[in-house]
Design a protein around this ligand. Sequence first.
Ligand code: GDP
Length: 312
Amino acid sequence: MENNARIYVAGHRGLVGSAILRALEKKGYRNLIYRSSSELDLRERDQVQSFFEEQEIDYVFLAAAKVGGIAANNDFPADFIRDNLLIQTNVIDSAYRTGVKNLMFLGSTCIYPKFAPQPLKEEYLLTGDLEPTNKPYAIAKIAGINMCQSYNRQYGTKFISVMPTNMYGPNDNFDLKTSHVLPALIRKFHEAKEANAQSVEVWGTGQPKREFLHSDDLAEACLFLMEHYEDSEIINVGVGEDIAIRDLAELIKSIVGYQGEISFNSSIPDGTPRKLVDVSKINALGWQARISLEEGLKSAYVAFQKEYLINK
Ligand code: GDP
């Protein structure tokens, strides 16, 4: 990407988009374009098309999406499939129509089959049934991947699709009803410590395993791939290591400094047993994650205290 390129970050207020924007600013890019959802509703085709026509955009990071944890996906399946299909269709199509040079579509590891072998290699896409709790979201993301591939094939565009593992970092969602496990546990342990509560409830059995990537690492990977990756096939981004939810809870408990007990509520679903990504493809290109989980959690706890508690 040239220094003066016009770069649009869709979803710049979210966990991923805000990290990409920070990374671009740090690298000295000055023509950065972003809009809040009240300024530009990406679900509205006409608004998106006019925006692209006016802005003469060169590169797009498509990090705008309706996202949420296991409970939100389960409770609002229609919103997850509709909003994501609309957002990505409008942005990808307008990018093509206005001659964008390159677009990066951000997906998720929930696109892989529920019982795929671990670690998840890129070629396991569409080889088995999906996890039911987030199937509508996953199907929207799979449609986005195929849309990028189909546009590349038919129209000669250069759209790439990147599959990050579970992420965390600044601007995370700490709403316990809709958040993912890591921010939820930071908040739960912090509030339990403040209230001197006897125990903290962790959902499910604690046995599922998840991999966690800091959003600053992901942002570095996205900039790296925009420069070094041109293939239509998807590419994973992760750390290559996972942790059981039970151990994650212990780690967060000690970082927050909570002294009470942990209880597991196994009436709440576990979701996919494991989703560790195979990172050999991106590693072979020369990129590797740098932020350890412990270091990342410590900074995420500081960010939580700044962002969340101040706005409370
Ligand atoms: P997933 O990766 O799509 O399953 O989404 P989540 O991050 O929401 O959940 C990951 C795992 O953490 C699941 O097994 C959840 O049941 C478990 N979990 C434990 N406690 C919590 C919690 O307080 N909030 C959430 N969202 N998940 C939790």
